[in-house]
Design a protein. Structure first.
Lengths: 341, 232
């Protein structure tokens, strides 16, 4: 047992080191190559660097890199919580209906050309946020009609609201073909709009929600035993589920408003972490955050460097790289399970 | 502490799953609940969990645990110690002793590191029971724990429960297994208690025939009464 615990922390430390390394590497890469020592100098302010380097690193790349890491980590954690709560390996953040709500909000702003900036936040960002919260409000209250918080109703309400909103987005795009490309690109996801201000905001939200999730993580494990078994262990299924869903929804709303819809991360990263034999929810969430951050950051780095100065939608990269890697891990794991039998 | 239930009624719409039940269940005894499908056995156990869990720790294992658990067998058993653990405190020596003891009792040490989702129903069931035993709660409630178990393991489970001298309530369908091990029997029908007490008084052919609506016969084997449905 001691060995096993040691192993989780060992994995966490290695992942954290990899994350820092990838962040530094990503800062170097781009249409302008910057040496690592200049990147470190610019970020820490310890050594003098040219003004151009300082601007590129601190104003452009670093906020974006942090944003990619935060959003990726957040999505992976939400995915892990969803898979744990719903006890379903296919669950991912999108089942809450929030992604569609966010996309709908953004689509409305883009299509009707509602251009405004409020305290530095663009109309699309605020529209996405409002859409996300609206969708969650609907899903949460529909699911709660019976009184207690019921997961199946949440799932079904999420799917229903999601498809209604997706249909409305399609309708909006068909009726306003001139905005179709812009809406579509937003939905594919990108970190190109990351600003220092947004990144700080995202970091703040993560800093509040991360400890809450870590604190509640063991309860997700206990809930897997069933409602009454959890009650017998002093965990209220209804209250815990309600709090977790709300907390995840807020985090997800921020993730989607900042980046658009990035699929796949929330689905596969929890599985990848499972393949690393981190099973208990607390360790799993920490690992998901780190691995999700590394993965999303790598994908974003490729998205902005492969055809620089152009950009590829990050949603496409996460699937093209992620899916084969996921299949590889899955097969490897199946082989291992077979050998153990 | 004995469990005292007074005038308990649970209704789903017009259907009364529990109909005005009043009973005292003695502590430190193995109580077995029997009765036909849908007579309210599970509702009875759930009622006890929901009404007593605010006062004390209650270990409960449902009939079936659905969905992907995605943890190793040992991780699942260690969840039994959840209510004793404080935020991020390592397992104490007592926790470790209870966890490994429960795993040994249920003979699941061999799959300790296996992912629960890859185990058979019977193996999983033993892991969940070990989880409840590790909880070491004042009351242990098991809903049809032997449903997926082979004869050897069903017998092993009952003798483990008996040897604990803990307060246990077990729902069983195997009348003879129940009458062999139980200190106290509750026979239910249509949300009511038909009979209760030690096996010699609470079980006889008339009561069983009435409960299951099929004719029962009994035979003496050694010192035991064995009951069989006459249709078998």
């Amino acid at each position: 047992m001691e060995k096993k615990r040691h192993n989780v922390w060992y994995k966490v430390i290695i992942s954290a080191v990899i994350l820092v390394a990838v962040m530094a590497l990503s800062c170097c890469l781009g249409s302008v190559k910057i040496p690592v020592k200049d990147v470190i100098g610019a970020v820490t302010g310890l050594t003098e660097v040219s003004k151009a380097t300082d601007t590129i690193v601190n104003k452009v790349r670093f906020p974006r890199i942090c944003m990619a890491a935060l959003v990726g980590g957040g999505l992976a954690m939400i995915g892990a919580v969803m898979q744990g709560l719903f006890k379903n390996p296919m669950a991912d953040p999108s089942i809450l209906g929030i992604s569609s709500g966010s996309a709908f909000g953004a689509a409305v702003v883009i299509v009707f050309n509602i251009n405004f900036v409020f305290h530095g936040f663009t109309g699309t960002y605020l529209g996405a946020m409002a859409g996300a919260l609206l969708a969650w409000f609907l899903v949460y209250n529909i699911a709660k009609i019976s009184g207690e918080h019921d997961l199946n109703s949440t799932l079904l309400a999420g799917i229903a609201i999601s498809s209604i909103l997706s249909a409305m987005i399609t309708l909006l795009m068909t009726l306003h073909r001139e905005s179709m490309e812009q809406v579509y690109l937003w939905m594919l996801g990108s970190f190109s709009n990351s600003t220092t201000q947004r990144t700080i905001m995202m970091a703040g939200v993560t800093a509040i929600i991360f400890p809450i999730l870590i604190f509640l993580a063991p309860r997700v494990d206990v809930l897997k035993l069933g409602r009454e078994a959890a009650t017998g262990l002093g965990v209220s299924a209804s209250r815990t589920t309600g709090i977790l869903l709300c907390v995840c929804s807020v985090l997800l709303a921020f993730c989607v408003a900042n980046s658009g819809i990035i699929g796949f991360v929330g689905l596969i990263i929890p599985h990848c972490v499972g393949f690393m034999r981190v099973y208990k929810m607390r360790g799993k969430l920490v690992m998901c955050f780190l691995v999700g951050a590394v993965f999303t950051l790598l994908c974003d780095t490729l998205a902005r460097t492969l055809i620089a100065p152009g950009e590829i939608a990050i949603g496409a990269i996460t699937s093209i790289i992620g899916a084969p890697y996921f299949l590889y891990l899955m097969l490897k794991n199946l082989m291992r399970e077979r050998r153990m039998r | 502490m004995n469990l005292e239930l007074k005038n308990v009624t649970k209704a789903y719409g017009s259907f009364k799953a529990l109909d005005d039940i009043t009973i005292t269940i003695p502590e430190n005894k193995l109580t077995v609940i029997m009765g036909p499908n849908g007579c309210g056995k599970t509702t009875f156990l759930r009622h006890i969990v929901n009404s007593y869990s605010s006062k004390m720790s209650v270990a409960y294992v449902p009939q079936e645990t659905f969905g992907s658990i995605g943890m190793t067998a040992r991780d699942v058993v260690s969840l039994g110690r959840y209510d004793k653990s404080k935020f991020y405190v390592r397992e104490s020596e007592e926790d470790k002793k209870l966890i490994s003891g429960a795993m040994k009792d249920m003979e699941i040490e061999a799959y300790s590191a296996r992912n629960l989702d890859t185990l058979s129903s019977g193996e999983k069931q033993r892991v969940f029971i070990a989880r409840a035993l590790a909880q070491n709660a004042p009351w242990t409630l098991l809903d049809e724990p032997t449903a997926n178990l082979d004869v050897k393991h069903a017998d092993m489970l009952m003798s483990v429960l008996k040897s604990f001298n803990r307060s246990c309530i077990v729902v069983l369908h195997d009348i003879n297994l129940g009458s062999l091990y139980a200190d106290n029997i509750i026979l239910m029908k249509d949300g009511k208690i038909l009979s209760s007490g030690d096996p010699s008084t609470a079980l006889n052919c008339e009561l069983l025939s009435e409960a299951y609506e099929t004719h029962f016969m009994s035979a003496q084997i050694g010192e035991r009464n064995v009951y069989v449905s006459s249709k078998l």
